[in-house]
Ligand binder design. Sequence first.
Ligand SMILES: *Cc1c(COP(=O)(O)O)cnc(C)c1O
Length: 441
Amino acid sequence: MTDARRRVPRTDMLLRDPRLAAAERTLGPTLIRRAVTEAQERVRAGELPPERAAEAAVAALPRSATTLRPVVNATGVLVHTNLGRAPLSPAAVEALLVASGTTDIEFDLTSTAARRARRGRGALAALAEAVPRAEAVHVVNNNAAALALVATALAGGREIVVSRGELVEIGDGFRLPELLESTGARLVEVGTTNRTHLADYARAIGPATGCVLKIHPSNFTTTGFVSSVPIAQLAGLDVPLIHDIGSGLLSPHPALPAEPDASTSLADGADLVTASGDKLLGGPQAGLLLGRRDLVERLRTHPLARALRVDKLTLAALEATLLGPQPPTRQALLTPTAALATRAATLVDRLTAGGVDADAHASEARIGGGGAPEVVLTSAAVALPAALAAPLRAGRPAVVGRLHGDRLLLDLRTVPEGEDTTLLAAILAAATPPAATEPTP
Ligand SMILES: *Cc1c(COP(=O)(O)O)cnc(C)c1O
């Protein structure tokens, strides 16, 4: 045994360090032991003197028990799937905390006999209230789950009629037609890539038809010699008409005139609308189902519904998103560009005073995976040297922007105003490499 190995401090001795003992109360034993083991390995490898093992373990402790790191989304992409889509409103965050303990999710506290109550009734009522056109509503894990449930319950072993122009790949190789077929439903494709007519649908409908599905192409547009059939016309066909609107707008939005919304779609004659909760609605990941009572009831009572049901955290955050203040994604849609330019100028002043090479830059923000691929939102950015991209990504919070030539643009449309101070501190920290500090003995 080498000298270093013999001198590796014992685990129980290291765990007696008061800093590690205190951290164990918040982080739990697994993460503390991991940090201790790593420090011991470093001593064993001769990288660390044994007397510094406890200190190294303390320094290596994670700040929280999740490996997820907070990120400032300065990409200018409002709904960024890789960054977790919609950030929740403060009211939704508060609701998560309330629901995180034991709660009356399925329990009637008003009845003297402890009785069972409808699961998530508050969230369902808020959703129904937001879309009065919907006779009934149901919530599942995400929009993909909503579509899987529709296909299974309404078209299992039967046919779904869908336009060839709407066979969409959403992202990460996820293709809606493959999802639909995985349920055992058969797709009957009608029309061509660029043009589909009402007669194409009418010809395809027969005794085996389970439903007609219209899918919003949320991440591409087609222009030129194109045509598709609007919901109002499809509503004349005598089969259930399902509309996947994708983005989750519940009513028309002034900034997104071409984006479909649930209220209009139902008014135009859709029998059922499916949508995501974490795109333009600005809430938690969820799949929203709204429409005809008999169809919603068939979905809700189908055995598969149990496998797709949402947890109490989702229901709490969804209700607060619907009833509470505008979530950040919705605010980002409406913030005047002049206000963003003012914030960019203020940040640039502070950064310049701090010796950072920064200037204000006009920018263009996008909706992203959430829909409206053609929409450009004018915006304002702080431009920094591209070399800061890596240190900003490595910071806490991490800051993710967009490279533009030799500059890194931090687009402020996707940064809530309240995060400017955090952003400023993160940039200053990234631009000022930490001085090589002597470890305290
Ligand atoms: C995003 C999207 C989906 C998938 O929704 P998830 O909530 O991510 O499962 C399905 N259809 C359309 C049109 C979409 O835009």
